[in-house]
Design a protein around this ligand. Structure first.
Ligand code: UT7
Length: 331
């Protein structure tokens, strides 16, 4: 019997209309375009304004609808919808359930997957598990975040980095050996003191004091996170290559989480992969957290060819990080 693998068979994406440039941030905090560009590679990011739509689900629905239109996918055929996110519409009620209903995937079950910037990467592993067993045939994985909902636009250490956006991929069974090949996923809870959001969870529910003290905004100790991100993302990507006997020539594309261009460059260098093989859109969207990886696939879809070797790598809050090796399944 041929082994069933989990392949990506369609991609969709969506970013909000409002473009927030580095210049605009100069009016909000003590920063400048030159600093942001050289330290991060970011020129602009998107922000979802109330006039356009509300919540992470808005972005996720748009990305899913884009995919369904392009693929001609009947939503009734979808078995499962996973929304990978760090900013669900609200706590408790599943954002994915709402998204599934809104796109007409009424035969699907749905749940959210929260692992900070690694949410989409870990979601790929989860979806592959569901497909490889043969239990489900069409699984929609959406990476979506409205980071602007947890950003303090007076804090220059975070507001310059993050943006809003969403990407969606469809996973289906494959019997040609394409799709997800290998994964190396890690987590280290000691990292939560360096990147996270203190308020709003079960340790610090919302109080007047927590709001006044800005505990419902994301914080990060940038330098420390940067150090961990550089070494860990490069380590896992190199490990995936060694484990699968992939030389730098065998890697067609590096698909890295878009947190900082310097982290991406360091990962590519460690892998020995040429810049021309590195997917990058951080200059336009900033760090969209769970949206980065699928938005790269969305932007570069036309250049990806059947059989191409893609190495994904991500690092995020928790800490959480990892790498996935996937063979692209269509032209
Ligand atoms: O996706 C989730 C994971 N997150 C990440 O991977 C983010 C990792 N961290 C980073 O990307 C970088 O650490 C940052 C972009 C956040 C900061 O860059 P950095 O090169 O680590 O800067 P720094 O924090 O060491 O600060 C250098 C200087 C400081 O001034 P002094 O002390 O040298 O005078 C900061 O006060 O730059 C100053 N600075 C700024 N200046 C202008 C910090 N933020 C800004 C700013 N604009 N926005």
């Amino acid at each position: 019997m041929t082994k069933i693998t989990a392949a990506i068979t369609a991609v969709g994406g969506y970013v909000p209309q409002f473009v927030m440039t580095n210049k605009m941030l100069e009016d909000l905090v003590d920063t400048n375009d030159e600093w942001i560009t050289t330290r991060t590679g970011i020129k602009e990011r998107r922000v979802l304004k109330k006039e356009e739509g509300e919540g992470t689900s808005y972005l996720a629905i748009k990305a899913a609808q884009d995919l369904m239109t392009k693929k001609g996918l009947d939503p009734l055929e979808i078995d499962l919808v996973i929304v990978a996110t760090a900013t669900p519409d609200s706590m408790v009620a599943s954002t994915a359930a709402f998204v599934a209903s809104e796109i007409g995937a009424v035969n699907a079950f749905a749940y959210d997957l929260l692992a900070a910037c690694s949410s989409f990467l870990f979601g790929m592993s989860t979806v592959a598990g569901h497909i490889e067993t043969g239990r489900y045939k069409k699984v929609l994985l959406i990476g979506a975040d409205k980071m602007s909902s947890i950003i303090d636009y007076t804090d220059r250490t975070t507001c310059i980095i993050f943006g809003d956006g969403a990407g969606a991929v469809l996973f289906e069974p494959n019997n040609e050996g394409l799709g997800l090949q290998d994964e190396y996923l890690r987590a280290d809870g000691s990292g939560r003191q360096f990147l996270g959001m203190e308020g709003g969870g079960s340790i610090m529910p919302a109080t007047i004091e927590s709001v006044t003290n800005k505990k419902h905004f994301i914080f990060q100790e940038g330098k420390t996170v940067f150090k961990f991100a550089v070494s860990n993302m490069a380590d896992v990507a190199a490990k995936i290559m060694t484990r699968n006997e992939l030389s730098e020539k065998d890697v067609d594309w590096l698909v890295p989480h878009q947190a900082n261009k310097r982290i991406i460059d360091a990962t590519a260098k460690r892998m020995g992969v040429d810049d021309s093989k590195v997917l990058m859109n951080i200059q336009r969207y900033g760090n969209t957290t769970s949206g980065t990886l699928p938005l790269l696939l969305f932007d570069y879809e036309k250049q990806l060819k059947k059989g191409d070797n893609l190495v994904f790598a991500a690092f995020g809050g928790g800490f959480t990080w990892g790498s996935i090796y996937l063979k692209w399944a269509y032209n």
